[in-house]
Design a binder for this molecule. Structure first.
Ligand code: DON
Length: 588
């Protein structure tokens, strides 16, 4: 199960030429086993850095410290990303995870990549598994407890990414997480608050509090079972989770309660896919393809707004006319999302058509300054060609060699399904709720879908996560993403627009008010607690025919912007994140 070469010194991905800094005998062994491509027979100096520093924007201070450690050891952006992900599984347990899944968008050695480590439905899953005898959706069945759990993808995703592009040893990138799990970390007040809220909803239903009642502000929280799990993964490799003792513990916990079996775990693999790319505003966007709707939605919004330049001319950010135009664009994006988007391994998804410039121009042409809000019952735009309190987290990383990782991963709801694998100490996701449990009904984010996103064994549920990288002339210019369910891509759209259309400084773009609209309910504008829509703006929107509704989703954008050769890392003022720049040490 262990991949011995994964612990060997690694081929550097940095710089123009492949650089190998292993002892010659190991190098020869690596070439003989075919694990590495043919490499120079002697070590060369590392390539020179192209940026003045490495940087990361992350959701908590522990993961920032992990990134610092990894960069100090000579790791690259992928090593740092994997160390951040494992650390958050310990210190940010409401969303950081090894029992969930996600997406990683990468830019490595000037090439874009996308890794899909989304959960899949277990083999025992059925289309109507969350319906009662009368065909009604059973409340909470897809959200709480073992039956809500999809086969987790995070560990295989991290293993694949680090195996392919990492520079350090696998054990090195797990070390910070193991330290926080064994020695503990000090709980911040925000984490206790999140715990207390979730504990009420899981009370009497799951084993959540057996493991997490110690999340008290100021206390040192230790997770000895999780530490052992992480040590097994560190010594045996990522597949241990799927084929070793951890897999046994998961299937034992599921027995008689849930569907994820040993076979489901053995069969699980993360998938490398082509990222979506699109030209916009002098930049190249690199973002998430299906099974996410996030990349398609983001590109559709950005391009429609560019097509509507004359209509937006002179329109003030977040004014009534601005919100009205953007809402109409969002109607069209969400209409397409619910009809056409799902798992590309189950259905042919018409991505090219949905991103076609003339298609988007025709959709943009339907958006009118004088339209009545929600009036026309917006339909999906391609015709009938074919038959989404929540937690997720994002981090953005660049290294000094110009490589970047944009990673969003999730348990779906806060602390996932609320169930902890006995003996292994980690939470499991409730990602099954991202499927359409019954066509026409909405999920926890208030979005619906069609046949294309119904439950089937092995299928990946439609996501909105959109880890995104922006390139300028082949170099990384921005790394961005956020949690927020169906608000994810409308949030990224707003921050990108604030940065590039309104010329705001990164911190101002992050602090600016955000709103959300998603076709259903047709005339509702959702506002956020951080910057609520009140006063004259609220009155004017109501007078225009909109309803206003507060939502608990704030978004928590983590972004790194590169200006020339200087990275700047910024974290959303709504969260507890850290934007950190790691200057080069003289030897690197
Ligand atoms: O994949 C998705 O789109 C959702 N499961 C993400 C959930 C989420 O972002 C919740 N965070 N607030």
């Amino acid at each position: 199960m262990a991949d011995p070469m994964h612990d060997a010194p690694r081929a550097s991905i940095t710089g123009r030429a492949l650089h190998v800094f292993a002892f010659p005998s190991l190098l020869i062994a690596a070439c003989l086993t075919g694990f590495l491509p043919a490499a120079p027979a002697f070590a060369k100096k590392p390539p020179p850095p192209v940026l003045t520093a490495a940087a990361a924007a992350v959701p908590d201070s522990y993961s920032a410290a992990a990134a610092k450690e990894i960069f100090a050891e000579g790791g690259n952006a992928v090593d740092a990303a994997v160390a951040i992900a494992f650390t958050l599984a310990v210190t940010y347990p409401d969303a950081g995870n090894i029992g969930g899944g996600g997406f990683m968008t990468l830019y490595v050695d000037n090439k874009p990549y996308f890794l899909d480590y989304r959960e899949v439905a277990p083999q025992g899953a059925t289309k109507e598994m969350y319906l009662d005898d009368k065909g009604n959706v059973e409340p909470d069945a897809s959200l709480v407890g073992y039956r809500a759990v999809g086969v987790p993808g995070t560990v295989d995703g991290m293993w694949e990414a680090q195996k392919r592009f990492g520079k350090l040893k696998w054990k090195q990138v797990l070390a910070p997480a193991i330290k926080y799990a064994s020695d503990g970390f000090v709980v911040q007040p925000w984490l206790q608050k999140r715990h207390d809220y979730a504990a009420r909803s899981f009370a009497g239903k799951t084993n959540f509090d057996v493991y997490f009642s110690g999340l008290k502000a100021g206390a040192t929280f230790r997770q000895p079972e999780l530490a052992e799990t992480l040590k097994r993964i560190a010594s045996d490799g990522g597949r241990e989770f799927y084929e070793g003792r951890t897999a046994d513990l998961i299937s034992t916990a599921m027995y008689g309660h849930g569907l994820v079996s040993k076979q489901d775990l053995q069969r699980y693999h993360a998938v490398w896919r082509d990222p979506l790319t699109a030209d916009w505003n002098g930049y190249q966007i690199v973002t998430a393809p299906p099974p996410s709707s996030g990349g398609v939605g983001l590109i559709q919004l950005l391009k429609m707004k560019a097509d509507l330049k004359p209509a937006f001319d002179g329109v003030q950010l977040n004014s009534v006319p601005y919100i009205h135009l953007v809402s109409q664009m969002e109607d069209r994006v969400f209409a397409d999302r619910q009809q056409y988007l799902g798992d590309p391994d189950s259905y042919k998804i018409p991505v090219a058509k949905l991103l076609d410039d003339s298609y988007l121009a025709s959709r943009a042409a339907e958006v009118k300054a004088d339209a009545a809000p929600g009036a026309t019952g917006v339909k999906p735009g391609l015709g009938d060609t074919m038959p989404e309190r929540a937690q997720t987290t994002h981090f953005s990383v660049v290294d000094q060699w110009g490589n970047a990782v944009s990673n969003t991963y999730t348990l779906n709801g806060p602390f996932g399904a609320g169930v902890v694998v006995d003996g292994a100490g980690f939470l499991l996701n409730d990602e099954m709720d991202d499927f359409v449990t019954k066509p026409g009904t909405t999920n926890q984010f208030g979005v619906t879908g069609d046949e294309v996103n119904t439950i089937a064994p092995g299928r990946r549920p439609l996501s909105s996560m959109a880890p995104t990288i922006l390139l300028k002339d082949g170099n990384v210019a921005l790394v961005i993403g956020t949690p927020g369910g169906s608000r994810i891509f409308t949030t990224i759209f707003q921050v990108m627009t604030d940065l590039f259309d309104f010329g705001m400084a990164p911190q101002d773009a992050l602090a600016a008010m955000r709103f959300h609209h998603q076709l259903i309910p047709p005339t509702t504008i959702f506002y956020e607690p951080y910057a609520p829509i009140t006063g004259d703006l609220a009155d004017a929107l109501k007078a225009k025919g909109y309803k206003l509704e507060g939502q608990p989703f704030n978004g928590d954008v983590q972004m790194v912007r590169v200006n020339g050769t200087t990275p700047e890392a910024d974290s959303d003022p709504r969260g507890a994140g850290v934007g950190a720049v790691f200057p080069l040490s003289p030897s690197k």
